[in-house]
Design a protein around this ligand. Structure first.
Ligand code: IMP
Ligand code: MG
Length: 178
């Protein structure tokens, strides 16, 4: 285990098993549709890569980057587009792939923005969900795991751009960010 990690919350095997299930569910739900999977960079990149390998219907991928946190550990409520999608999403069946929904601010902003571009349908798949979202109530169609209200890193999730390469989801030691 990495020295800055307090404990492992979700190990590699458990992650991969759940991602396989999500892929199967998505394959079934999107059969015959024009699926476009949108990866929200950078946090969702590892999840997205594993997820699409478990989806067995035809799909396209695109990438988008938004900023919400800077290097702090709490949502600022300010969301900025850093990289927009490459292609038009008009009449597409969109699936947004996120790493984590905490307050839900990032996601609700993103959903409004994409809806306004004339999509046929819009759903969300998030690897993790924190309890705070129960307050803002953003609807997540596919959730990998519920996690407690602690700062987690690994498997794409960062603190100050680090720890994304850890193959598991772990809780960061408080002394690292306090
Ligand atoms: P929200 O706007 O509060 O829902 O925050 C969503 C974004 O904040 C996610 O896409 C992550 O980039 C980041 N985030 C929220 N909680 C955590 C965490 O525990 N670890 C790492 N990043 C997080
Ligand atoms: Mg992030």
């Amino acid at each position: 285990m990495h020295k800055d990690i307090k404990k492992i919350l979700i190990d590699q095997d458990v992650l991969q098993r759940r991602i396989k299930e999500l892929g199967q569910e998505i394959s079934k739900d999107y059969k015959g549709k024009d699926l476009l999977v949108i990866c929200v960079l950078k946090g969702a990149v590892l999840f997205m890569a594993d997820l699409v390998q478990n989806i067995d219907i035809s799909l396209e991928m695109d990438f988008m980057a938004v900023s919400s946190y800077g290097d702090a550990t709490q949502s600022s409520g300010v969301v900025r587009i850093i990289k927009d999608l490459d292609a038009s999403i008009e009449n597409k069946d969109l699936l947004i792939v996120e790493d984590i929904v905490d307050s839900g601010l990032t996601l609700s902003y993103l959903m409004e923005l994409l809806k306004a571009r004339g999509v046929k349908s819009l759903k969300v798949c998030s690897l993790l969900e924190k309890p705070e979202n129960l307050v803002s109530k953003v609807n997540i169609d596919y959730v990998g795991f519920q996690v407690p209200d602690e700062f987690v890193v690994g498997y794409g999730l960062d603190y100050a751009q680090k720890y994304r390469n850890l193959p598991y989801i772990g809780v960061l030691k408080e002394e690292v960010y306090k």
